[in-house]
Ligand binder design. Structure first.
Ligand code: HEM
Ligand SMILES: *[C@@H]1O[C@H](CO)[C@@H](O)[C@H](O)[C@H]1NC(C)=O
Length: 571
């Protein structure tokens, strides 16, 4: 950390000077938009927005300033916090190639390219210039035309036709999860940490469905595959690089050749424990996924699991590899990009952590509202009496379960905001005019090149102008009658039921059907077997990159202890 702090100091002074000089000559639209005062010079409002107790700040500024809010970024920069439906449509859909991922985000992905690369199968997975190893050359790290091409190939892999086949796998894993919880209950454990178990289950679901590979038998005391442990530890370790990510990485990942960076990391890792740890984790995950990929490739070359021989493997990676072989020349992805998808889909912090935390939220709400829990249980039990095992069709036909899921995803999105940055000067239109600080009415906002825009998933989902005055309440019933006309007219571009939880447009969550089914299948198994009740411990939801439960007094330790009893015992 030696020269690092010095560089930050020099950088801040230069930046401040630059801001001062440039702002004394111009007043931009951005300066004219009402918003909260800056929290600090160094971080602007980011310390308040991206804070584990940040929820209040988000709702407070939304109440006070409405859908378009001028905020301060680091070092006095002006940015926009927004959930105006028309503006959101422009950002995510209409002008999506102008509003790209920020360099800080790409650098986050690129952080991992600082990590030395010592994998023997180098020829299939070369170190890209500024993309990372873990997220490889996948969707997350690509922009523009390259991203569009990757989505074209990958979207069909997540089609309903393929997702149907996943349901029995979800079911099977949910049953193992249920057995593990039952064992705890029988032993008389007063409460069970459902987040712990659900995190293991979600990783196993993505392992089996994504890669056709089992990492964890989900039994107590089983030694998890090193991959599982590495995937779990990655997020907290990456979090230690947060500050660097925002301020230093965008330029650091550009310095020198990959070989130079590799050697630099070798030297830095000696005193720098977190970097050493990160390197270990990345190597474990990289080795595992590369080995699985190579193994599949070998089998495909031999013709196993294709037309001849056994039934074709139905996991995401196999489907993707087959689709890529069959794709027209111009649509085909280079091998390292296919492998990049695999790491990005499987280890991506969103895919397992978002799902397990979403599930924890559902259980916490059902424990808080026992009537809703009873109603859901009755619906599941009746369907099981009629159909036995719940197939894809039976599962998606349960109206109250669907309402519970949608309402939970609406009010409590696991990801609260996404940040985009303009790649050119552009005018952002608004649904309704706002009054500027100088009294001027503004129907649109001029955004200069390189302006950050924070799209508030959280506030869009509970906008009272769209949902009505009870927008901030958890009411699954609202999904059982027609939705408010104002909501429908607003045409928010969410891929999932007028909400932004899975975003919309070209970078929307590719796994939203997948996670919907995985959550529904898990609910159907657990709710029919167990009754959940609140523990005496107070649960606090922390706003990290992903919203996570913790127990009051034990911050930063994700867990959701909850009381569990067998349903039969009361029947
Ligand atoms: C409740 C569960 C989930 C939520 C709330 C969620 C939410 C999101 C959001 C908000 C984004 C956009 C982020 C951005 O652009 O900055 C995203 C992207 C993505 N998600 Fe999900 N996700 C979930 C589950 C999953 C699952 C299960 C998978 C994989 C099977 C997945 C794979 C992806 C991928 C690959 C992207 C990047 C897409 C791209 O850049 O083109 N997600 N997700
Ligand atoms: C926007 O800024 C970036 C660098 O900050 C520059 O590379 C790019 O050319 C600019 N775009 C336009 C259209 O001027």
């Amino acid at each position: 950390m030696f020269t690092f702090l010095e560089s930050v100091a020099v950088f801040s002074v230069l930046w401040a000077l630059w801001r001062f000089i440039s702002s004394s000559f111009t007043t931009s639209d951005l300066d004219n938009i009402p918003g909260p005062p800056s929290g600090s010079f160094l971080k602007g409002n980011f310390g308040q927005l991206y804070n584990i107790h940040g929820f209040d700040f988000h709702t407070k500024i939304a109440e006070q300033f409405g859908r378009v809010i001028g905020i301060f970024g680091p070092f006095g920069s002006r940015q926009l916090y927004i959930y105006d439906p028309k503006a959101v449509h422009h950002i995510l859909v209409k002008d999506q190639y102008v509003y790209e991922e920020t360099t800080a985000f790409l650098a986050y992905v690129g952080l991992l390219s600082l990590v030395p690369y010592d994998n023997p199968t180098e020829q299939c997975y070369p170190l890209p210039s500024s993309n990372g190893i873990v997220f490889g050359d996948g969707l997350l790290a690509s922009l523009g035309e390259k991203h569009r091409k990757q989505r074209k190939l990958i979207n069909p892999v997540f089609s309903v036709a393929h997702m149907r086949n996943m349901v029995p796998i979800f079911d099977d894993i949910a049953k193992k999860l249920s057995d593990a919880i039952e064992l705890q209950v029988e032993r008389g454990a007063p409460e069970v940490d459902v987040l712990y178990w659900m995190t293991r289950a979600a990783l196993e679901m993505i392992g089996q469905c994504g890669l056709g590979y089992s990492f964890d038998p989900l039994t107590e005391g089983a030694v998890p595959h090193p991959f599982s442990k590495a995937a779990k530890d990655l997020v907290p370790v990456l979090f230690k690089f947060e500050f660097m990510r925002e301020f230093m990485l965008p330029s650091l990942v550009q310095i020198g050749s990959p070989e130079f960076r590799k050697r630099a990391v070798d030297v830095l890792a000696i005193p720098w424990r977190n970097l050493r740890r990160l390197r270990e984790l990345v190597n474990v995950m990289d080795d595992t996924t590369t080995r699985i990929y190579e193994d599949k490739k070998l089998k495909m070359d031999r013709g196993e699991g294709t037309e001849k021989g056994a039934a074709p493997a139905k996991d995401i990676l196999s489907i993707l590899m087959r689709a890529n072989r069959e794709a027209a020349e111009e649509d085909r992805l280079p091998e390292r990009e296919v492998l990049g998808q695999l790491s990005c889909v499987t280890i991506d912090l969103r895919s397992t952590d978002t799902t397990s935390n979403a599930f924890a939220r559902i259980l916490h709400l059902l424990a808080t509202y026992p009537d809703a829990q009873e109603r859901l249980r009755k619906e599941i039990m009746e369907a099981r009496d009629t159909h036995g095992e719940l197939s894809y069709d039976a599962l998606v036909a349960l109206p109250f379960m669907d309402a519970v899921l949608r309402e939970t995803m609406r009010l409590y999105p696991p990801v609260s905001t996404v940040i985009r940055t303009t790649r050119q000067d552009i005018v952002l239109p608004l649904s309704a005019p706002i009054t500027g600080l100088d009294g001027r009415e503004m129907h649109s906002i001029f955004l200069p090149n390189n302006t950050n825009v924070v799209v508030s998933i959280l506030c869009a989902n509970q906008d009272p102008l769209l949902w009505g005055s009870d927008a901030a309440e958890w009411k699954p019933e609202r999904w059982l009658s027609p939705l408010p006309q104002a909501l429908i007219n607003a045409r928010l571009p969410g891929v999932y039921s007028h909400i932004l939880t899975f975003l919309g447009g070209g970078r929307a969550c590719i796994g939203f059907k997948f996670s919907e089914l995985e959550l529904k299948a898990t609910m159907s198994v657990l709710i029919s077997k167990f009754r959940f009740a609140l523990s005496d411990k107070k649960i606090l939801w922390e706003m990290g990159g992903i919203v996570t439960p913790s127990v009051e007094g034990l911050p930063g330790q994700p867990q959701l202890p909850i009381k569990v009893e067998l349903v039969e015992s009361k029947r």
